[in-house]
Design a protein around this ligand. Structure first.
Ligand code: ADP
Length: 263
């Protein structure tokens, strides 16, 4: 693990994700109350916590799908001081930069229904990376092969199982060649028997050294694959630690109560 900050360069860090004092509210509801989180290159961090504790909002703030109210979000070397409305134009450039370097995998897959599996994976390389079609499709085929779906390239999402759709979504995320992949409860919309195939793809991605932040209640995945578990409750990080320690001996009573429910 490498969490070395570069001294003298405010907001810049060797760590792909470096968040300080993150605050976010929706109207009167204060959802994030000052979250600090650093993720090292190649690290796999699992974020757990009760429903409504702010996990999804936290990872959506990492790629600025949600605009935080205050704090610093430094992702892949691009640092954003949140809540500074005077720097809107600069912000648009930073948001583009961060979105290029991160990819997100959603609970509900979010595939384009009118495109085949191949078309879904090739879409980002074609329209965002401006790759020639032959190259984008060759990349898409390699990635579909990597997630075990080489034979489904021509299928539309409606003819794929939930697990297959989520694997296409992971291939689509990888097609942008991100430095970080953010997963928002990637198995929670799937029937239990389909979890394993998605978790296996994620396990291989972790083994290949991808930096990953995963919101999930998959305790076995956290135990086997993650480097660290972060436990959120009430908009703050209550506890964090190596999975073996946190999952077998959580210190905080609320983490203990939560793990009794999910483990
Ligand atoms: P978790 O992922 O831990 O379940 P979320 O980050 O999804 O928690 O949500 C935290 C709280 O913020 C919840 O009370 C949720 O209803 C609320 N919330 C999330 N997104 C929005 C939104 N776009 N508008 C209003 N409230 C929201």
């Amino acid at each position: 693990m490498n969490t070395t900050d570069q001294p003298g360069t405010p907001g810049r860090t060797d760590s792909p994700i470096h968040i300080r004092g993150l605050q976010k509210r929706f109207g009167a509801l204060e959802v994030l109350k000052g979250v600090d989180l650093t993720v090292a290159r190649g690290e796999v961090v699992v974020v757990m916590g009760p429903s409504g504790s702010g996990k999804t909002t936290l990872i959506r703030c990492m790629n600025l799908l949600e605009e935080p109210d205050a704090g610093t979000v430094a992702v892949c070397g691009c640092s954003v001081e949140c809540g500074d409305r005077a720097r809107r134009r600069e912000r648009a450039r930073q948001v583009r930069e961060i979105r290029h370097r991160t990819a997100m995998v959603f609970q509900q897959f979010n595939l384009f229904p009118h495109l085949t599996a191949l078309g879904n994976v090739a879409e980002g390389p074609l329209s965002v990376r401006r790759m020639p079609r032959a190259d984008a499709e060759a990349l898409a085929r390699r990635l579909l092969d990597r997630v075990g779906l080489a034979d489904k390239a021509a299928e539309y999402p409606a003819r794929l199982s939930g697990g297959q759709k989520q694997r296409v979504a992971i291939a689509r995320a990888l097609a942008m060649e991100p430095e970080v992949v953010l997963f928002d409860e990637p198995t929670s919309a799937l029937d239990p028997e389909l979890h394993a195939e998605v978790l296996q793809v994620m396990r291989e991605l972790a083994r290949d050294g991808m930096t990953m932040v995963v919101v999930t209640h998959e305790v076995e995945f956290a135990r086997e694959v993650s480097d660290r578990v972060v436990f959120m409750d009430g908009g703050v990080v209550l506890e964090e630690g190596p999975p073996r320690e946190f999952l077998s001996r959580p210190a905080h009573p609320r983490a203990q109560a939560f793990l009794r429910l999910v483990a």
